[in-house]
Design a protein around this ligand. Structure first.
Ligand SMILES: O=C(O)c1ccc(O)c(O)c1
Ligand SMILES: [Mg+2]
Length: 625
């Protein structure tokens, strides 16, 4: 599959955009006219730079408001078009995108539109240029791809074809199966964009909220299977208008974009195989012209292997873990690193290169079937491998860096609850009885707001975690978007939160608290033990318990127990959920949860209570200090 990307997706100058696209591995680009107009470089220089970077210049766009006009306006439009054809010859671009008319069309007649496009095609042919006609979802008379295709058929000129843009097709709820009926040689270009579900006028939705495939709610894999079945084999190009991406470093956005295409290519290949026939296979199914690259297939992770907290001074974290009933298994034989555990929950406290660093979640380990394959998949999806110095006789761990720089270790699942690397820690701990904590239930990672979509795609594509519906939680610092990424069996749950930006942290959300939640068999017993050991609980206001009583009619005894231990409560048709939070130290805090019956959520109604209480604490802490 040939990959391409429109320059409008990225921030920076045209030259910076081109370098970023080449570095991320794109085969080609679409030049958005505005990017050229404001560039200090001549068309010839841009052409030379593209050659130097080995980028093909696949499309020049957009040409607006051409067809469906009076004869007088048509002549003006043809003059305007011819100037652009000459420019395209200087750039060495042979395909122009022509958008359906949104403004100046006055003749609602397909024959007229077709004959005008044919005349444009005749002029274009003189320059060796092809016209790709695209139905914008808000076009005045032409706003759906099948209508645009009928006009292209009527125009009946070899230089006039169609441009398919997934946004315009899927935003209107059109069935992309119709793509298969278009003759492949008439599809001149294909643009892809995903988008979140929003109820908004389609123009604003398109111009501000498009995202890369896998980051929104559209079925791009389904779209691609129809495209491949049509026989199309030209560039598959990303065209994403997004206010956030346009102010994010272009190298980063280009990598995010490339990841989405590599992943989509693989998903498409899998979907086609599932529906009887992968391209090029020899099982008697049709071989399609577009070749689709695949990735190492990996099973979803089967559990958390560990969570790591990095801390300069780790005393406060050690105390919290002790109070929660974890014990220190030992210190690493060569490094300032401790292993704490209870049941199957492991927390590493790492003091390496952490001088002066406030405690923070820095890494997590996931149990996977095949760490090498999982790491190779992630790296092919443009994840940065993490190199950690290790002695010759230490376990070699595969790790990659997530978009927020949390390190993700891919560990071998053993099935018997042991881990190979733990041998590197002595074992001073003698554990009495069965620990109340059983395992890590979930880990909550705060994402800088501008990298949230990127993070969702990262965890979905590299680890096959499935995004659950995103939620918005009110907090004193703003509305916090929250989205859980989960393995199908719930063994791995990552809760991603947008870190509120402004009020507390001078430089955004990067240093906003994150947390590790432990699952336990009896949260009331554990909370009592923890209180005896002097745990500083996150306080819960009395108003909360009054509201709880009104909503759930818990008996007075139950309510007293909850209130006396700062426990939060939720219930739904699947079961009950009891949980509590510790105070925050540095940028980390802990949660203990008990899931009763088949409760599968996270106590979402309690999230505002936690955020408000943490906010209160942070403020009074500052005043006292
Ligand atoms: O929003 C627009 O104007 C616009 C321009 C060119 C495109 O290819 C497109 O999909 C939208
Ligand atoms: Mg488009």
């Amino acid at each position: 599959m040939r990959t391409s990307i429109a320059t409008v997706c990225l921030s920076g100058t045209l030259e910076e955009k081109m370098r970023a696209c080449a570095a991320a591995g794109f085969d080609g680009i679409e030049i958005f006219e505005q990017d050229l107009i404001v560039s200090p470089h001549s068309p010839e220089e841009i052409r030379g730079l593209a050659a130097e970077l080995d980028l093909s210049l696949d499309l020049f766009q957009p040409f607006r408001d051409f067809e469906g006009v009076t004869e007088e306006l048509l002549l003006e439009n043809l003059y305007r078009a011819e100037a652009k054809f000459a420019l395209m010859n200087r750039l060495g671009i042979d395909t122009m995108l022509v958008c359906s008319n949104v403004a100046t069309a006055t003749v609602d007649d397909d024959d007229v539109a077709a004959s005008q496009l044919r005349r444009m095609g005749e002029v274009a042919a003189g320059y060796g240029i092809r016209l790709a006609y695209e139905a914008l979802a808000w076009g005045k008379y032409v706003n759906d791809f099948e209508h645009a295709q009928r006009i292209v058929d009527l125009a009946d000129h070899p230089n006039v074809g169609t441009c398919l843009d997934s946004f315009h097709i899927l935003s209107r709820g059109a069935d992309p199966a119709g793509i298969e009926k278009i003759p492949a040689e008439k599809i001149f270009f294909v643009q892809l964009a995903d988008a979140p579900e929003l109820s908004l006028d389609v123009l604003s939705w398109s111009r501000h909220y498009r995202v890369f495939p896998g980051e929104g709610a559209f079925d791009l894999t389904g779209f691609m299977t129809h495209l491949v079945r049509s026989g199309y084999n030209g560039p598959v190009s990303l065209e994403v208008f997004n206010d956030v991406f346009r102010q994010t470093a272009e190298e980063r956005t280009a990598v995010d974009a490339m990841r989405s295409l590599i992943w989509l290519e693989e998903r498409t290949s899998v979907a086609l195989a599932d529906h009887g026939g992968a391209p090029g296979n020899d099982g008697g199914f049709p071989a399609y012209p577009m070749e689709l690259a695949t990735l190492p297939a990996v099973a979803q992770p089967t559990g958390f292997n560990f969570a790591e907290v990095k801390a300069g001074d780790s005393g406060a974290v050690e105390e919290l873990l002790f109070q929660l009933g974890l014990h220190c298994e030992g210190r690493h034989r060569t490094k300032p690193v401790q292993l704490w555990s209870a049941g199957g929950a492991r927390v590493i406290i790492n003091q390496q290169q952490a001088r002066g660093l406030a405690p923070a979640v820095s890494a997590l380990g996931l149990d996977v079937q095949d760490p090498l394959a999982a790491a190779s998949r992630a790296v092919q999806l443009k994840a940065q491998p993490v190199s950690r110095r290790s002695q010759a006789d230490e376990a070699v761990l595969q790790a990659v860096s997530a978009p927020d720089s949390t390190e993700i270790f891919l560990c071998e699942a053993t099935g018997d609850g042991t881990v190979a690397w733990a041998e590197e820690f002595g074992s001073d701990g003698v554990v009495e009885g069965e620990p109340l904590i059983t395992h890590i239930d979930h880990i909550n990672l705060s994402q800088p707001w501008q990298h949230f979509d990127e993070a969702v795609l990262f965890y979905e594509s590299t680890l096959s975690l499935v995004p659950r519906a995103s939620q918005e939680v009110p907090s004193p610092m703003g509305l916090v978007r929250s989205q859980v990424m989960c393995s199908s069996d719930g063994a791995v749950r990552l809760a991603l939160n947008i870190a509120p930006m402004g009020l507390e942290q001078p430089h955004g959300g990067a240093d906003y608290p994150q947390h590790v939640a432990f699952a336990c068999r009896d949260v009331v017993a554990l909370a009592r033990q923890a209180r005896q050991r002097g745990l500083d609980f996150l306080p819960v206001p009395a108003n909360y318990y009054e509201d709880l009583q009104a909503r759930f009619r818990l008996g007075d005894d139950m309510l007293d127990v909850l209130q006396s231990l700062n426990l939060l409560y939720d219930r739904d048709e699947d079961g009950e959920f009891l949980h509590f939070y510790t105070a925050t130290v540095g940028n980390v805090f802990f949660e203990v949860v008990e899931r009763r019956a088949r409760y599968d959520g996270y106590g979402a109604p309690n999230a505002p209570v936690r955020l408000a209480s943490q906010y209160q604490r942070a403020r009074s802490g500052r005043r006292d200090g």
